[in-house]
Design a protein around this ligand. Sequence first.
Ligand SMILES: Nc1ncnc2c1ncn2[C@@H]1O[C@H](COP(=O)(O)OP(=O)(O)OP(=O)(O)O)[C@@H](O)[C@H]1O
Length: 646
Amino acid sequence: MTVLELRSLARTYPGAVPVEALRPADLVINQGEMVAIEGPSGAGKSTLLNLLALLDTPTDGDYLIGGRSTRGLDDASRARLRCETFGFVFQSFHLLTSRTAEENVALGAAYHGLDPQPALDRARNALQFVGLAERAGFRSELLSGGEKQRVAIARAIVADAPVILADEPTGNLDSASSDAVIGVLERLNRTGVTVVIVTHDPRVAARTTRRLHVEDGVVTDRTSASQQQVVQQQPSQPGYEPDRRNDRTAPRAASRASSRVTWRAMLTDAAASLRSDRRRTARLIGVVVLSVTLALTTLRLSQSARSQVSDAFDAQRNRRVAVGSTLGGAVPAIDVLTATDPESLRRVRSVPGVEEVLALSTHIQVPASAQPGDLTNKERLFGIDAVPANTSLLVVTGVEAGTTLKDNQVLLGASAASRLGIGPLETSPTVWLAGQPYEVVGIVTSAGLRTEVETGVIASLSEASRLTATESMSLEIRVVPGAGAQVARAAPLAWAPQYADFLVVAAPPDPTSMRETIESSVRAILLTLSVVSAAAALISLSNAMSTSVAARTGELALRRAMGARRVHLRSLIGYEAAAIGLVGGLLGAVASVLTVLVVTIAQRWQPVIDPWSLPIGVLGGLVAGAVGSLGASRRASRIDPASALR
Ligand SMILES: Nc1ncnc2c1ncn2[C@@H]1O[C@H](COP(=O)(O)OP(=O)(O)OP(=O)(O)O)[C@@H](O)[C@H]1O
């Protein structure tokens, strides 16, 4: 026997002007009564019903169900008690539109610990009771208003609830449908189920056995004597009895198990939710696909790109070795004869890994001008053994690679030529150095890392040292990729063994460590990009999921009314997110492999296809789904069913 008892129960909504929606009310509703709650709009009827349903919490007084006080119960206990005691029928039906009638009804059994199949068996039985057996497989959006409401009644009774609470069940129906709906509720009541109906319709109220009137939050009992007689005369009839033939997973004791969901029921429910709104599901999967594709693609491209960067590095700046010596001073210096000796230079050229060698001497400034007799302007003087072939050491226009300058010939650095106003080469210009004429045979437009050469005058080694004192001697060597360290060790010994310890060598850093440094920098940049893109996608996924939960407020509130605990809603959203993440991750992995292929082929890079892409993509999708659903599931669990179902 489930007796509902209100003891000075009151509800005041807080606010600038608090609303006393229900003033202290004392009331007992016995098992098997059929009660109407009437009253004008805003009187407090829904407030009373929500308190009876444990969907709202009173601000004062106590509410006893079956003699047990509900004061101080936590959310889970309230959900359990709600689930055990009540079935709900709403004015606007609250059916899940794209699910079938029987799926909607079965949902009412899911929160009683029933597996999907027994829940469906029971659903068909309940639909038979409300006269809709033949509509079991119809999508609920195709049913008429009266049929929808009868499906809602089937959902309310499917778990054997002893009390049905109906809020304006006929408010949206024509009179014939209203009759049918009230007829079903009457039949149900005759089987011993308590039915409480909030209604504005006096014809509906007249068919109940007890009429409660609410006005300004005050509840009064206006049951007439004739109605009370009806109560006494009513025979108890055999009525709705749930079909438990297939309740193997949930025997009778467990069939009333309250506020409990099996994982199979949760999975079926989540799958049905995803199927029911395909556009929303596709949009969410799309966001996961985007996030996984972005993250995986940048990761994979970073592997391709960093080997490209390293190769480019090897091919360019990593190939220069310079060996030098300052002449004079405390340090024993290489002598000019050894430094410029063709045999010494030949030895350097034969060191393995050497491609090209330029012997370069630097001298103190020499008077230089385009006119004879002008000794005021001075330019820096350099000496070279021969014009090298390789462009990265010296780029010269006007003379061929391998040319050795004659004693009366010079090259001019490009900036020195323009400063002196000399050119073009076709006019066989002359430059006067220390009062002597020299034929300008070429212009140095680039000197690699030795940019100062572009600003001076370049003669042969012997002529330069004859003109002014030599400051330093050096070799500019171009090596094959990766040979820098080895050439740097061998070149000083090959050039001038007796001075080897005093020569200064500038070599590229160890290629392996340099390569690692470059690669790790590139990896760090691209990993940062991956993380940023994944984070951006996660934020949009999280927003999309929260928005979709907001759009489902009514549905989620209904689940709470049917007995779902907050954790059940969180799990439902979690299951849905996992499925979305799984599919999105898989598609994202495939999309990223294709994108990497297209980009690397277009760039002529070495494609890096990783067999781990798929599992990493799926895992990434699952993580994205889990993280993206955090906000959404919190939002879902915070839905207030009392206000959401109004
Ligand atoms: N969450 C709330 N916060 C503040 N006031 C509220 C809230 N819910 C209801 N009220 C107020 O409490 C009073 C009773 O509302 P209630 O919805 O219970 O009336 P009702 O009789 O069911 O009205 P109707 O027949 O129009 O549905 C109204 O004045 C309403 O504005």
